[in-house]
Design a protein around this ligand. Sequence first.
Ligand SMILES: [Cu+2]
Length: 141
Amino acid sequence: MKAPAKILSVLFLSGILLSALAVSSLAGSSSPPEDAAQGALVVIRMIDKSTAEWRFEPENVTVSPGDTVRWVQDDIVPHNVEFKDTPKAAKLGEAMFGSFIITRGETYELVIDDRFALGEYAYICTAHVALGQKGVLTVSD
Ligand SMILES: [Cu+2]
């Protein structure tokens, strides 16, 4: 009886750690969940297209204010979202540089809130831009 209890407590503790990691990886999106539920959910996968090509899929998406963009790690190497070129009126702050997400299925979300002005946002994966991993997020009414 002792061994299974120990395993359970280890599983429980690692669950807490994973939750903490998940929360810290969402540091870029500060809006409360009730705001996130109002707009559409747009999913962009981070994929390994071949041995030397990483991609955001789709590369180009158009969203509206209030939408939530969810990048999903669908690979085994770390990826992130770093904005390189944004409209002048945008004030992304810490969201300019998203932390790396590592585990398949892990997500990074940004709510298109008042940090985002209308216009085009060019972004990259910091680690793999040279290998083609970049995208454009267009915020439009
Ligand atoms: Cu990457």
